[in-house]
Design a protein. Sequence first.
Length: 377
Amino acid sequence: MKAIFALEDGRTFPCKSFTGPGEAWGEAVFNTGMTGYQEVLTDPSYRGQVVTMTYPLIGNYGVNPEDVESDRIQVAAFVIREYQPCYSNWRATLSLADYLKSQQVMGIEDLDTRALTLHLRQRGAMRAYISTEDLDPVRCVEKARSTPSMIGQNLVRVVTPERPFRWENGKALFDEAPEALLRSDGWRHPEKMAVLAMDCGAKYNILRCLEESGCEVIVVPSDTPASVIREMKPDGIFLSNGPGDPEPVHDTVQTVRELLGFRPMFGICLGIQMLGLAMGGRTSKLKFGHRGANQPVKNLLTGRIEITSQNHGFVVDIDSLDPKSVEITHVNLNDGTLEGFRHKRLPIFAVQYHPEASPGPHDARYLFDDFVRLMDR
């Protein structure tokens, strides 16, 4: 089915829909991973974005219920060069097209993804509009320009859970009353570290890694007050990844600020940005972001290079952090941006990349063990 892909700067691309008629809009970004499209689709950090995969053939291994990173597809639309309807994998239960259609998410193919990626690298991530119904380029460009910007939006409130829950045996459990979970005596295991995870759009695999590291994990909404968290008396606090601009997430940043020094804290992706803001730093938007499974990061503490998975459009400005209290621990080798820091006095550290993913394949898994050791002091 014929479709058109329009960008706010006036560039348009002819394409086809492999999920039927419809329209979609959001921020156009690209991901350089060769595999992992199901994880990309369900990562809450992609909320509100039209994601283009640079690898040309997508769909060949189908989808399955085990590899999701949340309870739904999060992307606004999915753009690929060539869709493969004949999937083959022993774990697959559904085709990519059927998966997208089951949640009314648009899938686009026959688009020159190489040209689109180069355009976004040169001009930066920008708003996009896709349609199978209105194929007029001028009108579609105007609709792209009327799409809300990612800057200034609090997308965390869209993806954070409505109530707290326990993460156990690789699954979210909602069978306990929230009041019980929010009591300090309602979730303490005698032989495990009790971790409170502030869910701003947490990927399931992060919670799995915390559990695999020997932690008992209770997940709470991002707007949980600092007073409630103090009463829960966790051994440590984890700040999750999440979508969009960190600056509008005022309530969570204020909560983090109030909890600095209360318990050991570990942040990933949006988590490092909220910690940076809470400690007086600044954040800024990258031109086209870091999205893929091949980002080289240098660990300044060890001198080793880690191949990392990343998904973010904003970053903490290195020069905005006070060098008297914050030590830079990781930097991106492609552009020199901040990838990690730790506090010099307080038990706090964070990274911008995703150590729970497996591009290295396990270059950064040590961070979860570091968090456990920090809590065990």
